[in-house]
Write a protein that binds this ligand. Structure first.
Ligand SMILES: [Zn+2]
Length: 386
């Protein structure tokens, strides 16, 4: 067992200086002074972390573990992501998915990579399916993937996307229906994670799902919703969808900062959505790490998972939000849509001991995943993010 003493805890709520007792990979107790409890328990390793903010490990629900494919040409084919890229940015849980290309980047490869990252210490899941319909699967169907494969917690699909227009609504509704059934059978979130492209119909097929087959809005997460209003109606539609009980996901790499000016900067998108009356708990952020973005020299570079933390920090500096507000978009809100609220996204008794320490300089200095220290800035060099 381990006792972390006196760190300033954001659970995400600000709890002030707290002791955290950890055992068996989980948080056993959180309290102002647990030294007596720790002494009773015996065999406790006591440590005091450097000053900073102790936050829940971040959850990234949209990551290309095996890199983006060749949808934008061979130069856009990106390599696999490494474990350190996640934990050095405070991410302890991630969901992998396929992108636009499924010939070289396949579901079996994605699943194997998820296991590799898991063995290193990350909690990983994947979405079955891909952008195309009918959705590819690992076993017999999307439904059986969710039933039979522990790591599969939902399916990816695409709407309003030129390369995958998916105009056959019946096929889309069949996928959604199978997710409703998979949720009932497996108890997993069985989330429909929807890539939203920039075509003019935007979220219309998602609204149709809700209206025509009574698909629960809470089971769908449209992503890339921070597209610029002059290229797509999806931002306005997303506001409407979130007000109707859905959750919308903004993509960190979509925006001028990462060379994609057709996107609204995610920090600005969050502020605009809040201003438009979207409840804060209906907004999430994800990195889209692993895909290619312009490198500014006519080529491509891979998006780093570290931009999730970058934008969390920016929400508190440029965005003017406080830490509990900003943290919710990358912790508790994401845990809820993924059906992981009993294990992930918060610092509380019974939760997995997934923690990150943000130093006074605004950098992640230490990360713990399931009770094990997986990153320590004093001993590991990090990758830089712009
Ligand atoms: Zn993506």
């Amino acid at each position: 067992m381990r006792l972390l003493r006196g760190s300033h805890v954001f659970a995400p709520a600000e709890l002030g200086a707290q002791d955290i007792l950890i055992g068996g990979g989980r948080i056993l107790t959180v309290g102002a002074d647990l030294s007596a409890a720790a002494a009773l328990a015996g065999l406790v390793r006591v440590e005091t972390l450097p000053p900073g903010r102790l936050i829940p490990g971040l959850i990234d629900q949209h990551v290309h573990f095996i890199g983006g494919g060749e949808g934008d040409g061979p130069d856009a084919r990106m390599p696999e992501l490494g474990f350190e890229a996640f934990v050095s940015a405070g991410i302890t849980t991630a969901v992998g998915l396929l992108g636009s290309e499924i010939e070289a980047k396949t579901l079996p490869l994605l699943l194997r990579k998820a296991h590799e990252l898991d063995r290193a210490g990350l909690t990983t899941f994947i979405y079955t399916g891909a952008m195309a319909l009918p959705a590819p699967f690992l076993t017999q169907s999307v439904r059986s993937d969710i039933m039979l494969v522990d790591k599969v917690i939902g399916a990816k699909s695409a709407i309003a996307e030129r390369a995958f227009p998916n105009l056959d609504f019946a096929a889309f509704a069949t996928l959604a229906g199978s997710l409703v059934q998979a949720k009932a059978m497996s108890g997993k979130a069985s989330v429909l994670h929807l890539h939203v492209g920039r075509l003019a119909n935007g979220l219309a097929p998602l609204f149709d799902l809700v209206e025509k087959i009574d698909f629960p809005p809470s089971q769908a997460v449209p992503t890339h919703v921070n597209r610029a209003p002059d290229v797509s109606p999806v931002f306005e539609q997303g506001v409407r969808f979130a007000k109707a009980g859905g959750t919308i996901d903004f993509t960190c790499c979509l925006g001028p900062r990462d060379g994609l000016p057709a996107g609204v900067d995610p920090v600005e998108a969050v502020l605009r959505a809040l201003e438009a009356g979207v409840p804060a708990e209906r907004i999430t952020l994800s990195s889209d790490a692993g895909v290619a973005v312009p490198d500014g020299r006519g080529g491509f570079r891979a998006v780093s998972p570290a931009i999730l933390f970058r934008d969390l920090l920016r929400l508190t500096t440029e965005g003017g939000l406080n830490w509990p507000q900003a943290l919710a978009f990358v912790t508790v809100n994401v845990a809820r849509v993924l059906g992981l609220s009993d294990r992930k996204g918060a610092i509380a008794p019974g939760m997995d001991a997934d923690l990150a320490l943000v130093g006074a300089d605004g950098r992640v200095v230490w990360t713990m995943a399931a009770g094990r220290v997986v990153f320590d800035a004093r001993t590991i060099t990090r990758e830089t993010v712009h």
